[in-house]
Design a binder for this molecule. Structure first.
Ligand code: HEM
Length: 331
């Protein structure tokens, strides 16, 4: 409604929007709202997954997909069973929301670009893969490769969901004095500068998951064994951290780039400082504080989510609605 009013108020300056375009905007907003819920649920799911590992609750439910043969294992409930059970419940919620998005995108396909249902079907495939890996972690009694692959697929689902959300976004109509246009070459270098920290943070998280799931950090601190894994993780934090600073510096070269992205840029800086502090704190406390370990995983997924949002964000001041056949530019 707000969008419709804004569009109509600006009629004299911009193209007149047909009813179909307004319906499209409405459908996009509904999908974005659902998408925002699923992104939050995925981040919560990754953190609960980490808590499940830290509390050694990965095998608290011996069967799958039920827990002790029940949907709610009341008679076996304790902290470990609760974590594993809640992890599965949240996974079920994420799967249902993404299935709903896919079905809605099929129903509304007349109004949406064709990449939308296609991308939801890819996310659905990843969800099925993730469910199977979840089952495998129980069957393989938490083999490190399965646990690491489980985190990788979770992060891929997160990145793809953010891709859809950012591309569905219709920028609000801005005033005519909306600022300078960002050059194509600037956008190219900008995207490249974010691509590197995104890939490096993803790799660093996978190395971290491998470190955690082989209990190498514990073995290194307690018995000076398998220290290579911990050393690789600590060393790799240097290029990862430095690469996260690059887009922040590049944004200073263009006022418009900085204005468009300042909230996300400040967020990645704060998240990076937090992540490195948590990493060191986990070692100083001899990996004895579950809160620090789970927060380290939470911040890693927030870093990946924020970098993805930055990478997929539309940068210019075009206000457009891309329908199946046309791209309507309002600016
Ligand atoms: C951008 C930088 C970093 C990222 C993205 C990152 C990410 C991760 C991730 C995703 C895990 C797996 C957590 C889990 O499965 O619960 C992990 C584990 C770990 N990280 Fe990092 N990390 C970073 C920097 C650091 C630094 C600088 C240190 C220490 C100096 C550190 C120390 C550790 C340790 C000790 C573990 C194993 C925890 C355990 O065994 O429970 N990390 N990291």
């Amino acid at each position: 409604m707000i969008l419709k009013t804004k569009l109509l108020c600006n009629q004299s300056n911009y193209f007149f929007l047909k009813n179909t375009d307004i319906s499209e905007a409405k459908y996009r907003l509904s999908l974005i709202r659902l998408g925002n819920h699923s992104v939050l649920a995925i981040i919560a799911l990754i953190s609960i997954g980490s808590a499940t590992r830290v509390m050694e609750a990965g095998l608290a439910c011996p069967d799958w997909p039920l827990c002790y043969g029940n949907f709610f294992p009341a008679s076996h409930m304790n902290l470990q069973v609760f974590l594993e059970w809640f992890h599965r419940l949240d996974a079920f919620f994420v799967g249902t929301v993404i299935l709903a998005q896919f079905i809605l995108s099929l129903i509304w396909r007349r109004y949406l670009p064709c990449w939308v249902p296609k991308t939801y079907s890819i996310i659905l495939f990843l969800i099925v893969l993730q469910g199977s890996l979840g089952a495998l972690t129980v069957i393989n009694t938490l083999a490190s490769v399965t646990v690491t692959a489980h985190l990788l697929v979770a992060l891929l689902i997160l990145i793809t969901s953010i891709f859809v959300n950012q591309n569905l976004e219709i920028k609000e109509i801005q005033s005519e004095k909306s600022g300078e246009r960002i050059l194509f070459s600037q956008i190219f270098w900008w995207k490249t500068s974010i691509c590197f920290p995104l890939i490096l943070t993803l790799l660093q998280s996978i190395i971290g998951a491998r470190l955690a799931s082989t209990w190498s950090a514990h073995l290194c601190l307690d018995f000076h064994q398998q220290c290579i894994n911990l050393n690789i993780h600590k060393l790799f934090a240097i290029p990862t951290g430095l690469s996260i600073l690059i887009p922040i510096f590049i944004s200073f070269s263009s006022k418009q780039l900085f204005v468009n992205n300042n909230k996300l840029l400040i967020s990645i800086f704060i998240l990076l400082v937090l992540q490195i502090s948590l990493g060191f704190s986990s070692l100083v406390t001899n990996l004895s504080q579950p809160f620090i370990l789970v927060s380290h995983q939470l911040i890693a997924s927030l870093l990946i989510a924020t970098l993805s949002a930055l990478f997929f964000k539309q940068q210019n001041n075009f206000n457009f609605i891309e329908t199946k056949n046309t791209k309507l530019i309002i600016n």
